[in-house]
Ligand binder design. Structure first.
Ligand SMILES: [Zn+2]
Ligand SMILES: [Zn+2]
Ligand SMILES: [Zn+2]
Length: 132
């Protein structure tokens, strides 16, 4: 997994470090509230707003990805290589796949006159363990 860092020019504080450490220790997906709770074990004065903002900084670096398919946003650690997420709606497990579910760029251009530059696809369903 790629190392967690803040975007260039953003100062590291002890509160932000606590959030980074909590993200680094996270297994599977987590909500902001869960992350806040864990990071507060190190930094008792850490606020929820700071947790949110720090998580947002990590999204800017690509180290964290937000999953929007559930009732509440859930976050997972992420990496720079091209991949998508398989999200189990039963147990919450998140698995990476290098299968790409996006339409070919040429097809998007032809049908919509739109030049794609990036895409995000998360696939929701039932994982192997829950299906068994
Ligand atoms: Zn990812
Ligand atoms: Zn599952
Ligand atoms: Zn893709």
């Amino acid at each position: 997994m790629n190392e967690l860092r803040l975007p260039d020019g953003v100062r590291m504080t002890s509160q932000r470090r606590a959030v980074l450490q909590a993200v680094a220790a996270a297994r599977g997906s987590f909500t902001v509230a869960e992350l806040h709770e864990r990071a507060r074990a190190r930094e008792p004065r850490l606020g929820l707003a700071t947790t949110y903002r720090t998580l947002d900084l990590l999204r800017q670096t690509g180290a964290v990805h937000a999953l929007h398919g559930g009732e509440r946003p859930v976050y997972v650690r992420c990496g720079p290589r091209h991949h998508h997420h398989l999200v189990c709606t039963s147990c919450g497990a998140v698995e990476d796949t290098d299968l790409c579910a996006a339409p070919p760029e040429a097809e998007v251009r032809r049908r919509h006159g739109f030049q794609p530059s990036a895409h995000e696809v998360d696939i929701y369903g039932t994982c192997r363990r829950c299906a068994a």
